[in-house]
Ligand binder design. Structure first.
Ligand code: GCB
Length: 575
């Protein structure tokens, strides 16, 4: 089985495609001698993503267990690989993709006991989310080393005082007490612009280049490099550890009707994505990722939401580098049953937010956390659940706003009182009043007005769209044709263009690309609401959005130039 990849679509076996239960991966690695002989070296096994519950053994010894499919975990395996003459290391990973009411996302196993209809022991995995439940080792599995005293974590937060950028840092060292830390901040030319010593401090950068979103500035996504050097005295002598962290200096703030980046109003015009592609499923793939970023830049998109789970770290790194703003979402999707609001579930959700914030806190591209998508937030226990979850996330990271994405009625929603920005999904003339595009404007305007009059908080249209089979044409438009998708989006845009002058701060299309789902009578080999096909070819709506996003970029950019941005065929960003 290739790693990284989902196991479902690489074989010809129908049972494997829909398999629910334990699968086993095993691999032998031969380690360099220094790793196994030098006791001053710490050897770590890092698993980028295992869907969903994983148990890990090295040379037959249990080293780690992890719940949750989308975030990395590690095990220090030094003792195991340094205990004998054996230089090889057998890594065994058992993964179980079963979802229960207490996992994230939640699910239920339904046993069918009517023996006239089902064989003995027959069961199915039920889920309340609309994407295929791919499983396997979706991201790289790595072995790496550090000294025994090492830099365990770094937290950076930035602010701006007039023209001076302020970079607050905190460095966490593990494995020893006797060490020195040196910190340097370098600009893009490699020039040292600030330095410090010790585990925490503030670096001041006069005339700082700020990190701006794509299309908002002529030099978007400016990144400094924070170099952290540790020198430690250990039993094995003096050792050093070194880490470089890209740092974008920027601020984020929310007012009653605006989302501010570096004090300027920011309008999200972008997409919702999925980690999804032919054959590899949710497996990480560089060419696919770079293609997606080229498409985002071609489109003039300045943002996306990691619907409906944390994406690979490499994705976040590219967002930092290209200035694509991220709403970083937890795997809290399909929280529907009352059992999924229990303390057991809440406790797990709090831990997932800890893991997510720990992993993504230093990315300038991440401007907001989303703790969930479309929960049954009108159920009684939802109030306490979201109050606790959002407060916890804010305590973990006071620098970013927190939201969850709702599709509940504005009067019934018990979670929205705790969010900073209201993110609302709606599918007018798709799931309701199907075929009737003429009702969209009225219904959408009412939606925005109701939410705003109740809460006076900025609003993002976090999903809207229509299933479209590429190549289906019909005029006047009928559902599933490319014309219908375009027509529906245009109706939404008419209202968005009014309300963005008031308090609507963003629009994210559902979805960037077609993606696989469970089989059902409503799905034709997956969800077809992509503006690109699953193979990343444009439908008509992609050209419509491209024109719109570049127009929006021209209207909302920070006025650094009177020259118009143009989307020329061969260049994603031309002045
Ligand atoms: C939604 C969900 C998303 C679905 C989409 C749809 O509201 O958040 O996961 O795929 O609608 O197409 O039904």
């Amino acid at each position: 089985m290739p790693v990284p990849s989902s196991f479902n679509d690489v074989g010809q076996d129908r049972q494997l495609r829909s398999f629910v239960g334990w699968v086993w991966y095993e691999r032998e690695a031969t380690l360099p001698q220094r790793w196994t002989q030098d006791l001053g070296t710490r050897v770590v096994l890092r698993i980028g993503s295992a869907h969903y519950y994983a148990i890990v053994w090295v040379n037959g010894v249990h080293v780690a267990e992890h719940e949750g499919g989308h975030l990395p975990f590690e095990a220090d395996i030094s003792k195991l690989v340094q205990s004998g003459p054996l230089a090889s290391c057998r890594i065994t990973i058992a993964i179980n993709n079963t979802l229960t009411p207490h996992t994230l996302p939640p699910g239920t196993i339904l046993y069918q006991t009517d023996t006239s209809k089902y064989p003995k022991g027959y069961f199915v995995q039920n889920i309340n989310f609309d994407f295929f439940n791919y499983a396997g080792l979706h991201r790289p599995v790595l072995l790496y080393t550090t000294p025994t005293t090492y830099i365990d974590d770094i937290t950076v937060s930035t602010s701006v005082d007039q023209d001076t950028g302020l970079v607050d840092y905190q460095i966490f060292v593990e494995g020893g007490e006797h060490f020195q830390l040196e910190v340097r901040l370098l600009d893009e030319e490699g020039k040292v612009v600030a330095q410090g010593t010790g585990g925490r401090g503030q670096l001041q950068v006069p005339n700082a280049h700020l990190w701006w979103p794509y299309l908002m500035h002529e030099h978007p996504a400016y990144l400094y490099s924070l170099e952290v050097r540790l020198t430690a005295q250990t039993a094995a002598g003096s050792v050093s550890d070194f880490y470089t962290l890209p740092v974008g200096i920027r601020t984020v703030a929310v007012t009653e009707h605006q989302f501010l980046i570096n004090g300027k109003p920011f309008y999200f015009h972008g997409v919702n994505k999925h980690e999804d592609a032919d054959i590899r499923g949710k497996g990480f793939d560089w060419p696919l990722l770079v293609k997606d970023f080229n498409l985002l830049r071609w489109l003039g998109a300045n943002a996306f939401r990691t619907s409906h789970y944390p994406y690979a770290e490499e994705v976040m790194q590219l967002c930092d580098r290209y200035g694509i703003v991220v709403i970083d979402e937890s795997p809290g999707v399909g929280i529907v049953l009352v059992e999924s609001y229990s303390n057991v579930s809440l406790q797990h959700h709090l831990e997932v937010m800890e893991e997510l914030v720990r992993r993504d806190k230093n990315h300038p591209a991440v401007v907001m956390w989303s703790v969930a998508n479309e929960p049954t937030s009108f159920l009684k226990p939802a109030g306490y659940y979201f109050k606790t979850l959002i407060a916890h996330t804010k305590a973990l990271d006071p620098s970013r706003p927190v939201t969850f994405v709702t599709n509940s009625n504005y009067e019934a929603d018990l979670g929205v009182p705790y969010v900073d920005v209201i993110c609302v999904n709606s599918y007018y003339s798709w799931y309701h009043d199907y075929g009737h595009m003429e009702v969209i404007q009225l219904q959408l305007a009412t939606q925005f007005e109701n939410w705003y009059k109740t809460y006076q908080k900025p609003i993002i249209q976090s999903e809207y769209g229509a299933d479209t089979i590429a190549g289906f044409h019909q005029d006047p438009p009928l559902m599933f044709s490319e014309e219908y998708q375009k027509g529906l989006l245009e109706q939404y845009h008419l209202v968005l263009d009014q309300k963005r002058k008031e308090y609507v701060v963003g629009e994210l299309i559902w979805n960037f690309a077609d993606f696989m789902t469970n089989q059902s009578p409503q799905r034709v080999m997956g969800n077809k609401k992509g503006i690109f096909t699953r193979q990343r070819q444009p439908k008509g709506a992609a050209f419509l959005l491209r024109e719109r996003y570049w127009k929006l970029a021209n209207e909302t950019r920070y006025p650094w130039s009177a020259v118009k941005l143009q989307c020329l065929e061969n260049s994603p960003f031309t002045l």
